[in-house]
Design a binder for this molecule. Structure first.
Ligand code: 13P
Ligand code: SF4
Length: 327
């Protein structure tokens, strides 16, 4: 209650950490003292990936969340991921460094409009990408991630209509691979649609030996040209085992840290963003809202905390478990 107003307004507790405190050491000490696990998505900055207990894609982090038996989880990613962890592990106190770390896909799916869309197609099975709010998960039959969307759709009987939300680009990709016609919601990831197809084309001309690999949230024009399409984890695994030595990677640039660590001898080039920026890449502004200072304050003050209304929890858990049963 004491911190609630401030956290809701700014997204986190803005307390300066004493100058003599080494943030990394202090976070690791607090983590031990509070019996906490730090989870991080591949898109958060390198300094955070370095202190995380587990780094993964959305699917791996959801599965790990379920198995964690520490008292607390600090989720360094975005809001829907922390919500997923809370739904799967309701007894853990789930903290997020910045409550306002959202996602354009989750924002693209207001509950009322989604319920109205469902009413237009009462016979359809609802498959929602994990990048959505807990309320949308509760309105879904299955959740999927970028690593198992094809598998989940294939598990639904062929005579059933399917609503696929909220990522239209992932939906178009799944439609192509499965041959199923999907009722698509019109959402997009601002980071993946921000990759410039013209600059990418030029980059391919300049680097003729580089293999283009892409995340399925990219626009169809990029996916059509890619030699491999997969989740963040699958992209890292691909460059690791591939016989090739040069890659253009069409996804968020945070992934480069793990990729370069896995294959330091290979050339990894991030796909360029539409606008000219310092990294010549596309970055997720929400993922980059995480910082060591916010993690320290989250652990110290135990806010912002993720809570899920019980009416939402049960139905969202069912949809998540349906995914975990399929893959
Ligand atoms: P994955 O972690 O499933 O590859 O998804 C990427 C993403 O955009 C997460 O928000
Ligand atoms: Fe959402 Fe895109 Fe950021 Fe992932 S990269 S959190 S899909 S805005």
């Amino acid at each position: 209650m004491l911190f609630e107003q401030e956290v809701n307004k700014v997204g986190y507790l803005s307390r300066s950490v004493p100058a003599n405190v080494n943030l990394v050491d202090a976070i690791l000490a607090l983590k031990k003292e509070k019996n906490a696990t730090i989870l991080a998505h591949y898109y958060v900055s390198e300094d955070i990936q370095k202190i995380a207990d587990h780094i993964g894609d959305s699917y791996a982090l959801a599965k790990i969340s379920k198995e964690i038996n520490t008292k607390m989880i600090v989720f360094c990613g975005v809001h829907f991921m922390a919500e997923t962890a809370k739904i799967l592990n309701p007894t853990a106190k789930v903290l997020i460094p910045d409550l306002h770390a959202g996602c354009s896909l989750a924002d693209a799916t207001p509950l009322d409009a989604f319920v109205a869309f469902k009413k237009e197609h009462p016979d359809a099975v609802v498959v929602s990408y994990i990048n959505c709010s807990a309320e949308i998960k509760a309105e879904s039959d299955y959740i999927c991630t970028s690593s198992n969307a094809v598998e989940v759709v294939n598990a639904i009987p062929k005579d059933k209509k399917i609503i696929f939300a909220p990522d239209k680009n992932l939906g178009l990709y799944v439609q192509k691979v499965t041959g199923r016609e999907l009722l698509l919601w019109d959402g997009a990831c601002i980071v993946h649609v921000n990759i410039s197809q013209d600059k990418l084309h030029q980059l391919q001309i300049d680097n003729p030996n580089a293999v283009l690999i892409a995340h399925p949230e990219c626009l169809p024009g990029i996916l059509d040209k890619a030699s491999f399409i997969g989740s963040t984890k699958a992209l890292i695994e691909f460059v690791t085992v591939s016989e090739h030595n040069e890659f253009i990677v069409a996804t968020e640039a945070g992934i480069l840290y793990k990729m370069k660590q896995a294959v330091p001898h290979k050339k990894i080039i991030p796909a360029p963003a539409l606008e000219s920026n310092s990294c010549a890449c596309s970055e997720c502004p929400y993922m980059k809202m995480n910082s060591l200072e916010k993690i320290y304050n989250a652990l110290y003050y135990e806010v912002p905390e993720i809570t899920i209304p019980s009416s939402v929890h049960e139905r969202a858990l069912r949809a998540l478990n349906n995914m975990l049963t399929v893959s």
